[in-house]
Design a protein around this ligand. Structure first.
Ligand code: C5P
Length: 230
């Protein structure tokens, strides 16, 4: 079984205030940290990085120097995250049967999370890494609580999210025809009725969305370098 990793890194950084994927974390662009873990992974056969179209050539030059034999392709992303993922699948190896999508903005993914999310696809159409909610979650409308959700059933989704490639393509096609936008690819698979397994994630596998997340990432990166990360 061949696995293609897709790293969407084509966001505009609206909430962050700049294109954070190229901002230096411990001296290297953020997405390099994420890419490095997939380059080192024994479970990934090729990697496709989606970046803003203006950055395709420079990113391609940069990744060539670190790819160490594993195929890495760089494509232009799309308007929405799911469009960036679709552009990645379109250039994936025709022999790959599994796609492993991982946000560029989650640089502390581990080999264990990659392996467990891939393995979980043996018994489901896809698998999503997530963490059980510790907080009570309120469903709201117009600033008023409509409902308190059963905390035992709430998971906060992370990535990697791995899917059988043919099924993810069906879900992306369905989303296009039905005009659906998902905040992750799992939502599009769920809309098709596909079975998605949950795999317990890791609190260090957080997504860098705000400047506060960036400060946390700098602390984790320093602790990792010292070997003192929790
Ligand atoms: O928007 P969100 O925080 O979910 O973005 C998650 C990841 O998707 C980020 O790594 C971002 O760069 C990427 N993305 C993308 N193409 C877009 C929007 C987001 O590759 N059009």
């Amino acid at each position: 079984m061949k696995v293609s990793a897709i790293i969407p890194a084509a966001g505009s950084g609206e909430r962050f205030g700049e294109e954070k994927q190229f901002k230096l974390l411990s001296g290297r662009p953020l997405f390099f940290h994420t890419l490095k873990l997939f380059l080192q992974s024994d479970y990934i056969d090729e990697i496709i990085v989606a970046v803003p179209s203006a950055n395709v050539d420079s990113t391609h030059r940069d990744v060539l120097s670190m790819s160490a034999g594993k195929p890495v392709k760089v494509v232009a992303g799309g308007t929405r995250r799911q469009d960036s993922v679709k552009n990645g699948i379109d250039v994936s190896d025709s022999d790959s049967t599994l796609v492993c999508v991982h946000d560029a903005a989650r640089p502390f993914v581990t080999e264990d999370l990659i392996q467990r999310s891939i393995s979980a696809c043996e018994f489901a159409d896809g698998a999503v890494v997530g963490i059980p909610s510790k907080d009570t979650v309120k469903f709201s409308e117009n600033g008023l609580v409509k409902e308190t959700l059963d905390r035992e059933k709430i998971w906060l989704a992370q990535t990697p999210q791995c899917f059988h490639k043919n099924k993810l393509l069906q879900a992306l096609y369905y989303a296009k025809t039905e005009n659906l936008t998902g905040t992750d690819e799992s939502a599009l698979m769920e809309a098709m009725g596909f079975s998605i397994k949950l795999v317990e994630g890791d609190s260090n596998n957080f997504k860098i969305t705000t400047k506060d997340d960036w400060i946390r990432a700098e602390i984790v990166a320093v602790r990792q370098a010292q070997g003192t990360v929790l």
